[in-house]
Design a protein around this ligand. Structure first.
Ligand SMILES: Nc1ncnc2c1ncn2[C@@H]1O[C@H](COP(=O)(O)OP(=O)(O)OP(=O)(O)O)[C@@H](O)[C@H]1O
Ligand SMILES: [Mg+2]
Length: 304
């Protein structure tokens, strides 16, 4: 029986925060690469959308393209990306230039880059690097408030505020990566695009950071495009998952549907390439998708 709740359209249709339409990117050269081909997808407000696919399939290019961070020889050959603000206005990112685009990028859509933790300035303290965001984007903010906010941000991602005085080399890799996430959250953006934010980290630290991201998402209501080749991880944290292959989205579905009923051959192969998902090696650690939605067989795998 259809209840009123069942009839409600999914979040990405009812309340989109980012619409990507027919987006294509080439890398021009002697052998031009069609890195992203006619990608369309909609991100719902507060949604975590996973973007999976093997190395080189175009995930980062799509993320950089949408946020207009690509440089030549990359060329956006078709499509658009439109941001729909909580306040009710929509902006086609292609229409923003220079300063507007930079402001927009921190304020409304922020990014955690692949390997970003290595790009912190080594000779500037953590505090100065976070403060810089506020000085640039919130010039009216008083020094005392800035410092307070910097400390709050660190604590938000599970790092003690006493670390503000540290320099990047004095922090562990996990702490540096948390720093990057804290900085991306500084201005309360409505969308965060995270490109392999935890790949370089050991599983325990990775787990802690993912827990922070999902907790903060519930608390603050931002949406996330989470990019990784790690499909088991995406199954755990995502509402929906898009699978990308050779520049195209080959399948996009609710995470649980994609796991239990993959349609595309490539998705099936990708799922099968993780033995922990098929239960062949036991050790199934996926816990994020509500257990009551798992079948009995799934439960046994979880238990084993
Ligand atoms: N600056 C560049 N010049 C030319 N080709 C590039 C450039 N950057 C990326 N490419 C090509 O574009 C394609 C997509 O690359 P991209 O970095 O988007 O993949 P990815 O899915 O993010 O991979 P990974 O999982 O390894 O990060 C690849 O074929 C890559 O070789
Ligand atoms: Mg990449």
């Amino acid at each position: 029986m259809n209840t009123a709740m069942d009839a409600r359209p999914p979040r990405h249709e009812a309340d989109p925060v980012l619409t990507i339409e027919d987006f294509s990117v080439d890398y021009l050269g002697a052998n031009t690469t069609h890195a992203v081909k006619n990608v369309s997808l909609t991100l719902g407000r507060g949604e975590i959308l996973g973007l999976a696919g093997e190395s080189g399939c175009g995930k980062s290019t799509l993320a950089y393209g949408v946020t207009r961070l690509l440089k030549p020889p990359a060329l956006i050959t078709s499509g658009s990306a439109t941001f729909h603000s909580r306040e009710g206005f929509s902006v086609d990112l292609a229409t923003l230039g220079g300063a507007d685009l930079r402001a927009f990028r921190w304020d409304k859509i922020s990014m955690v880059f692949q390997g970003a933790m290595n790009s912190l300035n080594p000779v500037i303290s953590i505090q100065a690097q976070i403060e810089d965001i506020f000085t640039t984007h919130r010039p009216e903010m008083k020094k005392a408030e800035r410092v307070e906010r910097c400390g709050d941000l660190l604590e938000r991602v599970g790092v003690d505020r006493s670390r503000l005085k540290s320099f990047p080399h004095e922090l562990s890799g996990g702490m540096r990566q948390r720093m990057m996430i804290a900085m991306a959250m500084a201005l309360d953006p409505q969308v965060m695009i995270m490109d392999e934010p935890t790949t370089a980290l050991d599983v325990v630290v990775q787990r802690e950071i993912l827990d922070e991201i999902t907790r903060l998402r519930s608390e603050l209501g931002f949406a996330v495009i989470f990019i990784t080749h790690d499909l088991p991880l995406l199954l755990e944290i995502s509402d929906r998952i898009a699978v990308m292959k050779a520049g195209e989205i080959v399948e996009l579905n609710d995470a649980y549907q994609l796991y239990t009923n993959p349609r595309d051959e490539y998705t099936k192969r990708l799922l099968a390439s993780f033995p922990s998902l098929t239960g062949k090696r036991g050790d199934f650690i996926r816990t994020g998708i509500a257990d009551d939605r798992l079948t009995e067989t799934d439960q046994e795998v979880v238990a084993s």
